[in-house]
Design a protein. Structure first.
Length: 318
């Protein structure tokens, strides 16, 4: 516990799934456990929440022009509420216009940190505005810190601040895996979106020269669900061993599901930081197959439990 509690605003996405959502909630939980006073500014998707806690601020992502207008108004009102809270510290865990506005309006006496959890294009105007509205950058890994200084700005102080994941070995006692290696069960956990490389993974799976093929469970939800379902249904081979499992739980139920597998696959192709699922899989002793993108090399290099390949369809086929 701290001797002098700080008043801290944490702004970021809200939810029970997704690495950034988990990190933001775990960061809040840790700071509160240390005795600090925390005000949350939560960004949520349209109709994602039916009950809004009175001691938190919520900003809704809604479609269309009216949705964007309402969101801008919400950010302005949130900034005024945070200024009234008179914080000592602001920590933003995501990017966008609203986070820039909040950093500029929260007050000049507030120390403002923006946490960067993925790689970004060089000289991006929006990123430059966001970064320069804050006093310092917290990069998720050393590699992401280097990339930030080369691509965005070498003049803003930058340090490494790893993200929090949800598996605390002092709390959760996970079940050991008893699946025989002759019948391996592998899994993917994450969003079903383009940068994750799941279609490449399915193509590589269908070309394995191992019979019977290992089973692959794909956990998560997202815009590619229908496409992936179609790919699997059209292939008798994939239909026999690949299953779309849908959204996955959190807490102990998630720990027990994750630890029941023989390994994790994460074939990300672009726009990646250090996915928390890698840390969570390592914490329950799973070997991992992943790709060289974003901050993943900081985790995978010299790690005997990780096989890392280059991005691209051909690399996964190997």
């Amino acid at each position: 516990m701290v001797t002098t509690p700080l008043k801290i605003v944490i702004a970021g996405p809200h939810g029970s799934s997704g690495g950034l959502e988990i990190h933001t909630s775990e960061l809040e939980r840790f700071l509160v456990s240390q005795g600090h006073h925390v005000l949350r500014v939560n960004v949520i998707n349209h109709n994602k929440l039916s009950h809004f806690p009175r001691d938190q601020i919520f900003i809704t992502n809604s479609p269309g022009f009216r949705g964007k207008l309402n969101k801008s108004i919400d950010w302005f009102l949130a900034s005024l509420a945070c200024r009234k809270f008179a914080p000592d510290l602001l920590v933003s865990t995501a990017i966008g216009f609203g986070y820039t506005l909040l950093a500029r309006l929260v007050g000049s006496r507030v120390f403002r940190i923006i946490q960067l959890v993925t790689d970004y294009p060089s000289n991006d105007a929006g990123m430059l505005r966001l970064v320069h509205a804050h006093n310092a950058v917290a990069a998720q890994t050393a590699l992401l810190k280097t990339q930030f200084m080369l691509k965005i700005s070498p003049n803003v102080p930058a340090h490494v601040l790893p993200c929090f994941h949800q598996i605390d070995s002092s709390i959760y006692q996970f079940k050991p895996n008893v699946t025989p290696l002759s019948q391996p069960r592998l899994a993917y956990f994450g969003r079903l979106v383009g940068n994750k490389g799941i279609p490449f993974l399915l193509d590589a799976w269908s070309r394995l020269d191992i019979l019977p093929l290992p089973s692959l469970d794909i956990w998560g939800s997202g815009e590619l669900k229908a496409e992936l379902d179609n790919i699997i249904r059209k292939s008798p081979l994939l239909s026999s061993c690949v299953t779309l499992k849908g959204p996955y739980p959190n807490g102990l139920e998630y720990v027990n599901i994750l630890s029941s597998y023989n390994g994790l696959v994460l074939p990300s192709q672009s726009t990646e930081g250090l996915p928390l699922v890698l840390l969570e899989a390592a914490s329950v002793g799973l070997p991992i197959l992943t790709t060289r993108v974003g901050g993943i090399p900081d985790f995978a290099n010299s790690n005997p439990d990780v096989v890392m390949v280059e991005v691209g369809q051909d690399a996964l086929r190997l």
